[in-house]
Design a protein. Structure first.
Length: 260
């Protein structure tokens, strides 16, 4: 069993971890109105959303599970979710973005101090990639899943290339959390953030929901419980990615036709 598959701690607080809502909203507005639309206008030119109605109709809490192809994916999802349903996605972030316990004077360390402060302020949870969640991480994740904000997990674990979703890359921890907390999974396709994509808007598609029923925590780690959830997630995440890619291709064709 992979390290991400195991559930090391079953005791959680339902108290939500606090974060700076004003800073979060200001950051989202900056990303949408300034970064994607002005600073990176020639590369992206904005974020377009499909499937907004699916996100608005979801009962809270739930999990967002996007594809992962670029560092631009998290800000694109943040902008898209805000545009679609006025929600604030909360993220799991690898601990490399935080400074840790080591104290040293260097540009790299100071950069981590700033990024760690920012991610704390907007309610992100740090994790160590490829390892079990620590007790505090489990508590924070459980608190988010008991609140109004969607927990966002990049189930592929790292940035990949291409538009095919490979089942074996999807982390089983997604199903464990969904089953344990009884939260549904919203797949998210993203087109336009890969390095070899032609310049143009990013398309984010909110796909068909994966409905999950809550079961006992000790049963949630069993393969017989996880496998149906993961198979459905794989199918619907691929369908969402295909939609996002198709919509972007159609947009690019129409734009070229108008330019002729």
């Amino acid at each position: 069993m992979e390290a991400m598959d195991r559930l090391p701690n079953e005791t959680k607080s339902v108290q939500d971890i606090s974060y700076n809502e004003f800073l979060y909203d200001a950051s989202a507005i900056f990303l949408e109105k300034v970064y994607f639309s002005l600073i990176r206008r020639k590369r992206f030119g904005g974020v377009r959303v499909s499937g907004s109605e699916r996100l608005r109709e979801l009962n809270k809490p739930y999990m967002l599970v996007p594809v992962h192809r670029s560092k631009t994916d998290p800000p694109a999802v943040t902008v898209a979710a805000r545009k679609a349903a006025k929600v604030r996605p909360r993220y799991l972030g690898k601990n490399e973005y935080w400074p840790g316990d080591e104290k040293k004077l260097s540009v790299e360390h100071l950069g981590k101090v700033v990024s760690g402060w920012y991610f704390d302020q907007v309610g992100s949870v740090q994790i160590e990639r490829g390892k079990d969640f620590e007790e505090e991480t489990e508590r924070q994740v459980g608190a988010i899943l008991a609140g109004p904000d969607p927990l966002t997990i990049f189930a592929e674990g790292t940035r990949l290339r291409g538009n095919d979703i490979r089942y074996e890359t999807l982390k089983q921890k997604v199903a464990v959390l969904a089953l344990e907390h009884g939260v549904n999974i919203e797949p998210v396709g993203i087109a336009g953030t890969q390095a070899d994509d032609p310049p143009g808007p990013i398309f984010v598609d909110f796909g068909e929901v994966v409905n999950v029923n809550q079961i006992e925590p000790r049963d949630a780690i069993r393969k017989v419980a996880r496998e149906p959830v993961m198979l459905e997630l794989h199918e619907k995440l691929q369908a969402s990615q295909d939609r996002a890619v198709a919509l972007r291709k159609e947009y690019m064709r129409n734009r070229r036709a108008k330019a002729i």
